[in-house]
Design a protein around this ligand. Sequence first.
Ligand code: GLY
Length: 346
Amino acid sequence: MRELEINVKGGSYKIIIQNDSLKEINRYVKEVYNNKNIYILTDDVVAPIYLDTIIKSLECDFDVDYVIIPHGEKSKSITTYIDVCNKLIDKNIKRNNLLIALGGGVIGDLCGFVAATLYRGIPYLSIPTSLLSQMDSSIGGKTGIDFYNRKNIIGAFKQPIRVIIDPLTLKTLDEREFNNGMGELIKHGAIGNKKLLDLLKTKPEIDENIIFESLSVKKRVVELDEFDLNERMTLNFGHTFGHAIELKYNYKHGEAVAIGMLMAIDMGIDLNITNKECYDTIKNILKIYNLPTKEYNYKDYLKDVLFDKKNIAGTINFIFLTELGSSKIVKLSEKELKEKYYECFN
Ligand code: GLY
């Protein structure tokens, strides 16, 4: 078993990383919650696999009810949010009851947002079951829904009271979904843990220790910058260009991040920020996990990056590697980008 403690102003909490923790989930819940009622939010793909196990364990100590929503990004919507709130209120949820997010990123983000807003805030606990959500969205308190055709633009920072990760849930993921999560795990190594990167070259089993190492990178930046104004932005390495190609070519998020990392490395090398060895090393690791390494010229996407609907700051915070395991934020305004890359905007 490995444990990590996240210490932030919005509430400190432990991440428990343990094989088979789902089977004794009541033990980990009891440590942080002492009321009677628990409401689980999950989806129609995860429910048949894990809901019974979780309920069986929790029922020893709690009264448990649940809401099941359709799986997929479409559920991260204002309509599903309303539907979930209606159902929870119909089921008589109280402000001091516990909500549990059981599932991947969509469930975590939506459940966290319900927990942040219903009755002005109720406690929630996260049980991420996909590698992507274990690596990223279930930790750090970013919650929200998609709106106005834009991802995550309505939301709140709301820290869970605990995160419980059972690495054995990774065994039920298909290969593409597993590798999707590997994109974010490799990113953590690239921006903050060279030893982890070296280990990934040997294609180790993704176990408690590797999840711990990867999440330690996220812990470090989230604690320095809970509200994503500075250091935390390094977690967006590979995302700036990744977002530009994700929907266009129908990549999964971690796949787009994989290509986006290579594009950012390319740009960083051109700007004399990134050590040249980074490109081949990251590319080779991505290949081990069957992640796409197709070459897209970053210059062809600068326009998209600048005019991306997600660019609400007006200035682009590019994240570059300096060397393997080390990253830096470089702010470039629209004017600077257009001066540096004149040919791309004309
Ligand atoms: N997914 C990036 C972050 O948590 O800041």
